[in-house]
Design a protein around this ligand. Structure first.
Ligand code: ATP
Length: 340
């Protein structure tokens, strides 16, 4: 089966073709880059309405050039969570395309797609998943037909918390890669990078909070602490919180596999901390390659194919988008034969 996926929950207009027979994924993406500040919802929506038709055309043309006019067996789209005006453009494009090609439509939960791409690539049977993305941060584990939210941020998403600090210091969006580079510079230059500038570390059971840490880092910057030192400390605190809750999730569920998802998962230091925690407890760890970590339609097409194969398609009149679509609202139809 070949599935064309469309993604556009916030900043990245993306289309992809997943060919299950060869397990290959072609992705075309066109990111929105704000001139200043963070993501402006209206500008992001305008970007989607221009860029989604372009990336869909490119992928469709490539698919038809290779496989002829019947190249596509289903169209999958990110139904949520995300920014409403962006999702509406994605939904409209997907409905129009599925109607024109006369193929089934699949509504995919973007956060479950972040998890499933890691499970698909790793071959892990029943992993815990840490989703560390811009607008979200949570741990998911499968039980009895659903991905349950084992723990989550009580306020900001992890990437948004980092970007809030970088906006404050005047850096362009996205801030995450700049924080990573500055933290590395600090570690390389410092005699003792283990000496951390103290920032709030808030973990409550399986949940965690980032709003205080962004504000404290902003205040410390205003008081004259060096930006490199703050980037180093911010990363160490935030990623230690995520590593602590990931370890607790593995321990409580008895799982011995961890997959990572989301744009912040491109950070080497986060992957290093999770990987050594997993090694210390004899668990396996998998982080997908970067093109599947940041927002991308590849993961939508891959999960869309599994859902379409399970008959989990949606009639056009029932295909409304859902900006607050939680991962635990999704009946996991494509794993129904599994015993976990
Ligand atoms: P969601 O998937 O929750 O809708 P999103 O749409 O904001 O999130 P993602 O592509 O998952 O998008 O993540 C974008 C975030 O990843 C931004 O906040 C960005 O700063 C962060 N990011 C990107 N690269 C890095 C990095 N190397 N280190 C830390 N953060 C990073």
């Amino acid at each position: 089966m070949r599935v064309l996926g469309i993604e556009g929950t916030a900043w990245c207009a993306s289309a992809a073709l997943y060919d299950a027979e060869t397990d290959s994924v072609l992705i075309e993406s066109n990111p929105y880059e704000p001139d200043s500040g963070g993501i402006h919802p209206r500008e992001a929506a305008e970007h989607m309405s221009e860029a989604i038709p372009e990336v869909v055309d490119e992928v469709l043309a490539a698919a038809e050039a290779q496989h002829g006019p019947d190249a596509i067996d289903a169209v999958a789209f990110s139904k949520g969570p995300g920014l409403g005006p962006c999702l509406r453009t994605v939904g409209t494009a997907a409905r129009a395309l599925a109607g024109a090609l006369d193929v089934p439509l699949v509504g995919v939960n973007h956060m479950v797609a972040h998890l499933e791409i890691g499970r698909h690539q790793s071959g892990f049977e029943n992993p815990v998943c840490l989703n560390a993305s811009g607008a979200n941060a949570h741990l998911l584990g499968y039980h009895d037909g659903r991905y349950r939210v084992l723990g989550e941020t009580m306020d900001a998403g992890v990437g948004n918390a980092i970007d809030k600090f970088t906006r404050h210091v005047g850096w362009d969006h996205p801030g995450g890669p700049k924080v990573e580079a500055a933290a590395r510079r600090y570690a390389e230059a410092s005699d003792d990078p283990g000496e951390l500038f103290d920032l709030p570390y808030v973990v409550k059971g399986m949940d965690f909070s980032f709003s205080g840490i962004s504000s404290a880092a902003n205040d410390a910057y205003d008081d004259g602490t060096s930006v490199e030192e703050l980037c180093f400390s911010l990363q160490e605190h935030v990623f230690a919180m995520l590593t602590e809750v990931s370890e607790r999730a593995l321990s409580l569920t008895g799982a011995d596999e961890l997959v990572l998802g989301g744009g912040v998962a491109q950070n080497d230091r986060l992957r290093e901390m999770l990987s050594s925690m997993c090694a210390a407890r004899g668990a396996e760890f998998h982080a997908p390659e970067p093109r599947f970590l940041r927002d991308n339609a590849g993961m939508i097409a891959v999960l869309g194919e599994k859902m379409a194969r399970a008959g989990d398609t949606v009639p056009i009149p029932e295909s409304a988008i859902d900006p607050n679509f939680r991962p635990d609202q999704v009946p996991v139809t494509w794993r129904s034969g599994e015993s976990v």
